[in-house]
Design a binder for this molecule. Structure first.
Ligand SMILES: [Zn+2]
Length: 222
């Protein structure tokens, strides 16, 4: 009964065309143009800035890290081989586009560091990179330096390999020391480490500093 009741309005809605009209056939000589073959473009999307292409240019740090400016800034992509970025104010990923700018040297060091890290410690999880500088340099909330494109913060690698906030209780001491050694070998001229971390390095380069128990602060020459 339900089926019959349902079929009535359906049948009533169908147009009554009667016989099916024949489809006209094309003349034999007619050529049908080929559709152009569309080759999909490969687009690498990494976040809100829409791509991982690095616009390398000649960059010039001005002034000092604690009172400076930056011209010709290069943007670090939100993520890449062996690294991701995070916003230190929220601890969320990725890092804000406004504070991912540095000198050519710094951005190249960070991307090379990620590649080295992924190759050397494949089971360790990616490195977390926090603020660099603003595009034109100048002050950033939460920092006194980071003003001329030479500074970057790097989270301490964790023993559990997770991407997230680190502290003296969950960081991997050996991996972090390896990271410090690599930065020193690459020519970093300053690495700040927190007072509670069991790390070492050349005097005058690796320096204990308050408020650095959850990340390393690294500075490269311009
Ligand atoms: Zn810093």
């Amino acid at each position: 009964m339900g089926l019959l009741a349902c079929s009535v309005p359906l049948a009533a809605a169908l147009p009554d065309h009667g016989a099916v009209e024949p489809i006209p056939s094309a003349p034999v000589a007619m050529t049908i143009p080929r559709e152009p073959v569309l080759i999909p473009q490969t687009v690498e999307v990494t976040g809100e800035d829409g791509g991982a292409i690095i616009d390398w240019r000649e960059s010039v740090p001005g002034g000092s890290p604690n009172g400076g400016r930056l011209t010709g800034a290069v943007r670090l992509p939100a993520s890449g081989s062996g690294y991701y970025t995070y916003d230190p104010r929220t601890q969320r990923e990725p890092g804000g586009i406004a504070t991912r700018w540095g000198t050519t040297r710094l951005v190249r060091e960070l991307t090379d560091l990620g590649t080295w890290w992924a190759r050397t410690h494949p089971g360790a999880g990616a490195l977390g990179i926090g603020d660099l500088s603003r595009r034109d340099g100048g002050r950033i909330d939460g920092h006194s330096s980071h003003q001329n494109g030479l500074d970057a913060d790097i989270r301490l690698p964790r023993r559990d390999g997770a991407q997230g906030a680190a502290n003296p209780g969950n960081y991997d001491r050996e991996l972090t020391q390896d990271l410090v050694d690599r930065l020193v070998a690459r020519g970093a001229n300053l690495i700040l480490i927190g007072p509670s971390l069991d790390l070492h390095g050349p005097r005058g380069v690796v320096v204990r500093w308050p408020n650095h128990d959850d990340h390393l602060h690294v500075r490269f020459p311009g």
